[in-house]
Design a protein. Structure first.
Lengths: 777, 490
């Protein structure tokens, strides 16, 4: 067939801003997408299992591992002594050993590792250790930590603008209160797993379920005492991450690597669900102490607050997480005078870590509690209090955040007005108040809450990314970048960027596993930044190749640059139409370099932590939701009847995938705030350590009616990739409206005169106890 | 010639030796290298390991979703195990539900997806036009952490619309052949499988079971394995010998007479659903809040009772109905009121060699009001913080003629509220009486605090449930039901 006869499409299959399904969707549904445990195993591979301690805080006085060693199939037992560098602290504070040696700092901390011929034998053997301890006083909660003097895992932060003390003293109204915001287990469906395969000399190949291959690389190099160039890390996909695989995989990769080096065999370590939940960190729980001053209109005059977090035994990411809580203590509101500080407390619990939102959601929960308090104090619709406090239009005197960044892109008033209108919020609120007057047992509630979320890593250096693009002689394209795929559709969106750039169908772009060998020095796929950073880096690589191709065409065909045009699956050079593969082939024979490394760094951002001032965020994402609930006032049980979301993702690169992120984020956030309860017993043992006891949302917890829309009119004012905005984390904040709707139903038992002050998660127990409190108040 | 034989996808499998506690999931992934089926939790809660197990009953094959992670391989004799790899046609053509999930963004990370596909395929096989409420029931045993489920509902609705247009899939086409094969594979006598020191016993009939258990009273009897499975996957217990009983047709009998329902010991929740829902609507509603669909397809009401847990959901419901338990051994059978079976925490009125054979559940009298209130942190697939069951009869004057109250989660065993019952009997059924009865309930129980609820919450809620009962006996709904308000047109 003469290729010139091919009918070309008018638009490529898979351009930017179009719905495309996840690149692996057809494999997901057929069980054909390989996760790390599904890969063929190297010959002679051995399996590792953790030997865990069962004290919250103790000194190990004796560890008898003879029963472990004697178990059939056991090849080796490793203890801290087998790790010359016994350190996997991602905060570089040397406060996180791979294995506990003498000191045990949380219930479940691993103290040894069994290597055996089978995973079952390793797990069986691990239970046969006899460890003796001398107990030390254990500090388990924020309250206990504060009472014991408040030892910190890292430096606290204060954000300050204006004079909060004076503003509070002069404010017409003032409320002080406290709120507890619970933590959250990630519950990625695929637990932590690493495979280490020893190579020549000091080389080691690692496959890990990680959001941060570069850190795995550095950490494995660190514990093996070899340079980073000896270590290559791969990850094709994760079965969920949500922040839980940002730093928490370091320990397991380190274990696999050290065992592989010692035994010269490939090693796999795959945690059982219960072990994963006991031994890896979670979302930080906070106790928020607040003092707010406001006027009769509900306008805030001043805010003071302390955000005390249970960080666990080590720093890990607690510094930036508690910082980000403060960065979101304003959520969408202007505080004329503000002083907020963090308290990253050390406790004898597993070290808490990144989780979608990274402290930001906890800050927003605090801000929304302030609004709710004011509304109940003044007998107002909380929406009116919110409207009175939103940041102002650009150029007004109400645009400065507590960290002195100007809010330049405030679309919240429009977004909230549209949502309130579309959902008939005001009318429904009136109907609900009427319903509650006559309903004996079931009470209803409705609330509208917003989210404004700062986009960028607050550590400025992390806002960089690389990509590698090869165009092969047949016109097929190989794409690689530093971002990892955990289900969020990053690979698909970046592939769309490349397809769009070259104007070729998406299936011409091969998406390949993320590896430190192709793109070095990457940042974690985190902070919602995956597409912003890697999309731009990939675009940069494609741009370079395209520029070379244009130069080649102008040179060969003697035409102007403007006469070289990349059309769908073809290139126009002057009047000649050349199919893309033919064009590429000709470029190859003309010795044009068809490969490029792309790079991107986010412009304009800077942050001075010492002064608490700067522009930590490139831009903000916005959204809002309205939720309606029914509460059983005899038992505290509830149903979410309806939720409506309007969310801003700028000019979406892939509306279907973005909508999936918003829906999923909403439900995940709703779980965090409602049924997901982490419960430690008096000995510091996590008793909600599996799905039988830790309850993430089911299909039947979803709002009965669930409408999610993207704000289609929104376009990022800044030159991000395709003028889109980040989507990963902000939607997690949306379901605060569920909590506040439950709160309204509770408040109805005392005629809305009192703010119920629900702590989260709002389990049926918390709801019923709040009802009792209000009834007797 | 002692072998376990079954069909895996399109292959007949013959096993001479296997540990009694090798899970189907490990066997699929490690021995057969079929890695489409995933392990998410290893305890039958997340559903990532969902596969179908087909059994021939009365000449027809019924496929049910089960959790491969807690299903032991020796329990699969003469069944057809279907994994995700076998759904799509040999030419790679996806089934309508797979195609719709892919096209409509029903997967994100994809790890839960094979299990979700299997659950939904099983749903659509039985019910090609499910309502949203029915989809929710089918997905109670599948956790997805990414999507928020809405896209999955959209996919089911699209697939349902496509079902009639789709050509028959390979499972449908092979149906007659599979039935013939499974009939051939049925054991003709008791099978004993050895694996080193470990043994599995698959009795041919109940008499063989009684003999085997009399000889080895320390054997572990496994029916649905929904609890025993966790002894293995979580506590790493090595069980032997294990006697598998879920295939025994004599123990699968369901008979309904004018005055009672008789359930054999290995009748699953799923099998019991219709007959119990008909006679006891409240019990029907409770059953679909026990575990997920996979657990209900495996788990048995007999096992829920035999196991003696203080938080099993059916015992309080059955005690309130005054059910009778039949125990059997080689020496014969004996019967006792169900409540007498639960002696104290961890101890049941069962002699060595005795096993649960059946339950008899008396039907409700004409004027008897029966209610069950299960309270849990999450509505579905959660273990009760407390579970209350009431059987109430009022006399013509509106006084309490009789009342039976049983609670789970309030004591070391499922237990009747004897003092409260005595207090209420003969009194007018009104708010004053119910308010006064609260104090009696506080004497009946001293609940514990744990991760499911505090003792204060348990007691307060238990007392409030008396109020709920009072309101509901008057015909007014005083509890929440999903979609109830939507259906009422609100």
């Amino acid at each position: 067939m003469n290729k010139m006869d091919t009918t070309f499409p008018t638009v490529i299959n898979g351009p930017l801003h179009a719905d495309r399904r996840h690149d692996s969707a057809h494999k997901h549904v057929a069980g054909a997408a390989d996760y790390i445990d599904d890969m063929p195993e190297p010959v002679g591979m051995l399996h590792a299992a953790l030997g865990m301690t069962d004290r919250a805080h103790a000194t190990i006085t004796n560890m008898d591992l003879s029963g472990v060693e004697a178990y059939p199939g056991v090849v080796a037992v490793l203890t801290a002594r087998d790790f010359p560098v016994n350190d996997v602290s991602s905060a570089h504070k040397h406060d996180e050993p791979v294995l506990a040696e003498k000191l045990v700092e949380f219930h479940g901390q691993p103290a040894f590792v069994v290597i055996a011929e089978t995973r079952a034998a390793a797990r069986q053997a691990a239970r046969r250790a006899r460890i003796e301890y001398e107990d030390l006083p254990a500090i388990l909660s924020v309250a206990e930590a504060k009472a014991a003097g408040g030892k910190l895992v890292t430096e606290p932060l204060t954000l300050k603008r204006g004079d909060a003390d004076t503003a509070l003293a002069k404010a017409p109204k003032r409320i002080k209160g406290q709120m507890e915001v619970g933590g959250q287990e990630h519950f990625y469906l695929e637990g932590h797993i690493s495979i280490a395969i020893p190579g020549e000399d000091d080389e080691m190949t690692i496959w890990a379920s990680t959001q941060h291959p570069s850190e795995i690389q550095h950490m494995v190099a660190h514990v093996l005492e070899v340079p980073s160039n000896a270590i290559t890390v791969f990850v094709r996909r994760m079965g969920g991450g949500f922040g839980g695989k940002e730093t928490q995989g370091n320990q397991f990769a380190a274990i696999a690597a050290v065992a592989a080096r010692k035994l010269k065999r490939a090693i796999k370590i795959r945690l059982d669900r219960d072990e994963d939940m006991a031994a890896t960190g979670k979302r930080h729980d906070f106790a928020i102490d607040y003092d707010i001053g406001f006027d009769e209109e509900g306008r805030i005059h001043g805010v003071k607050a302390e955000f005390a977090a249970r960080c666990g035994f080590s720093a890990d990411l607690s510094g930036p997480v508690t910082d980000r809580a403060l960065f979101h203590v304003d959520n969408a509101y202007f505080y004329p005078h503000v002083e907020v500080k963090s308290l990253p407390l050390k406790t004898n619990t597993v070290s808490n870590t990144a989780f979608r939102g990274f402290g930001g959601p906890q800050g927003c929960v605090g801000a929304e509690r302030f609004m709710e308090e004011i509304a109940y104090a003044l007998g107002k619709d909380p929406l009116d209090v919110r409207l009175a406090n939103f940041y102002g239009e650009p150029g007004s005197d109400r645009v400065l955040t507590p960290y002195h960044q100007t809010v330049e892109d405030n679309i919240m008033p429009r977004l909230v007005a549209e949502l309130a209108e579309k959902t008939a919020y005001r009318k429904r609120r009136e109907e609900i108040i009427a319903f509650n007057k006559t309903s004996r047992v079931i009470r209803k509630g409705i609330a509208l809450t917003p989210v404004k979320f700062g986009i960028s890593f607050t550590m400025t250096a992390f806002n960089q990314a690389g990509a590698l693009v090869h165009v092969y002689q047949d016109g097929s394209i190989h794409l690689n970048h530093g971002g990892t795929e955990m289900g969020q559709g990053l690979y698909t969106k970046v592939a769309q960027v490349i397809a769009d750039c070259f104007q070729v169908d998406l299936d011409r772009v091969k998406i390949t596993a993320t590896t430190t060998g192709k793109v070095p020095n990457t940042s974690a796929t985190a902070a919602s930044s995956g597409t912003d950073l890697n999309g731009m880096a990939a675009y940069d690589a494609a741009r370079q190749i395209k520029e070379r191709l244009v130069a080649f065409a102008t040179d060969k065909w003697k035409v102007a640059e403007s006469d070289v045009e990349f059309l769908p699956n073809r290139v126009r050079v002057g009047t000649e139409i050349i199919p893309f593969p033919d064009f590429i082939s000709q470029a190859y024979f003309a010795r044009i370099q068809l490969s490029a490394a792309g790079f991107y760094k986010t412009p304009e951002i800077h942050w001075n932590r010492a002064t608490g001032q700067g522009r930590p965020f490139y831009y903000f994402s916005y959204g809002a939701s309205v939720s309606e609930v029914s509460v059983d006032t005899l038992t505290g049980e509830y149903i979410v009847n309806r939720a409506d979301v309007l969310h801003d993702v700028g000019h979406s690169l892939n509306p279907a995938i973005d909508k999936g992120q918003v829906e999923g984020g909403f439900i995940q956030g709703m779980g965090w705030l409602t049924t997901e309860e982490l419960w430690w017993d008096a000995k510091g043992r996590l008793r909600t350590h599996a799905p039988s006891t830790y309850k993430i949302p089911l299909a039947s917890d979803k709002p009965e009616i669930f409408n999610v829309e993207l704000a289609e009119w929104s376009v990022n004012k800044l030159p991000t990739i395709g003028r889109s905005k980040a989507v990963g984390e902000p939607p997690l904040v949306l379901p605060i409206s569920v909590v506040e709707a439950i709160s309204m139903a509770v408040a109805s038992v005392a005629d809305y005169r009192q703010c119920p002050r629900l702590d989260t998660p709002t389990t049926p127990e918390r709801v019923l106890m709040a009802i009792e409190r209000l009834k007797t108040a | 010639m002692q072998q376990i034989r079954f069909v895996l996808n399109d292959e007949t499998v013959v096993i001479d030796s296997i540990s009694p506690t090798t899970t189907l999931l490990d066997w699929l992934r490690e021995t057969k290298r079929l890695t489409g089926t995933k392990e998410g939790c290893g305890e039958g809660d997340c559903g990532a390991c969902t596969v179908l197990v087909g059994k021939v009953v009365d000449g027809r094959i019924a496929y049910r979703s089960v959790n491969a992670c807690i299903r032991f391989v020796p329990s699969l004799s003469a069944t057809h195990v279907v994994t995700i790899e076998h759904l799509a046609g040999p030419n790679g053509i996806l089934t309508p539900i797979q195609q719709a999930l892919a096209d409509l963004h029903g997967s994100q990370c994809g790890f839960c997806t094979p299990g979700i596909v299997m659950s939904l395929y099983a749903l659509l096989m039985e019910n090609p036009t499910p309502s949203r409420a029915e989809i929710e029931v089918a997905l109670q045993g599948n956790l997805c952490r990414c999507t928020g489920y809405e896209s999955i509902f959209r996919a089911v609705e699209a697939a349902a619309a496509d079902m009639s247009k789709a050509s028959p899939d390979r499972l449908t086409l092979a149906r007659e052949n599979i039935i013939a094969t499974l009939n051939d594979l049925k054991p003709k006598r008791t099978i004993r499988i050895f694996h080193g020191q470990q043994r599995s016993i698959i009795p041919f009939n109940t008499a063989d079971l009684a003999d085997a258990y009399a000889t080895e009273p320390n054997a572990v009897i496994v029916a649905g394995a929904t609890d025993v499975g966790l002894w293995v996957t979580k506590q790493m217990r090595q069980l032997s010998p294990v006697i598998f009983i879920n295939h025994l047709t004599e123990l699968q009998t369901i008979t309904e007479t004018d005055d009672k329902v008789h359930l054999g010991a290995v009748v699953t929740y799923t099998q019991a659903q219709d007959v119990l829902a008909k006679s006891f609507p409240a019990l029907g509603k409770l059953l679909i809040r026990i575990g997920g669909q996979q657990v209900r397809n495996m788990g048995t009401i007999g096992g829920n009772v035999a196991n003696g847990s203080p938080i099993g959901d059916t015992p309080p419901a059955l005690i309130a109905l005054n059910a009778t338990l039949h125990l059997r051994s080689r020496n014969g059978t004996r019967s006792l009121p169900l409540e007498d079976y639960f002696v104290e925490y961890g101890k049941q009125a069962k002699e060595p060699g005795e096993f649960v054979e059946a339950l008899d559940i008396p039907k409700l009298g004409k004027d008897e009001f029966y209610a069950i209130y299960k309270i849990s942190k999450r509505r579905d697939e959660d273990i009760s913080a407390l579970c209350a069951a009431f059987k109430l009869k009022l006399d013509a004057a509106g006084n309490v003629a009789s009342i039976r109250i049983a609670f789970g989660g309030m004591a070391g065993t499922p237990k009747r509220a004897s003092l409260t019952e005595a207090f209420l009997t003969g009194k007018p059924w009104n708010e004053a009486t119910v308010t006064a009865a609260r104090a009696e309930l506080a004497k009946d129980y001293a609940p514990l605090s744990d991760w499911r609820a505090s003792s204060e919450y348990r007691m307060l809620t238990a007392q409030n449930l008396l109020t709920r009962l009072l309101i509901e006996t008057s015909g007014e709904q005083a509890s929440l039901e999903r979609y109830a308000m939507l259906e009422a047109g609100e």
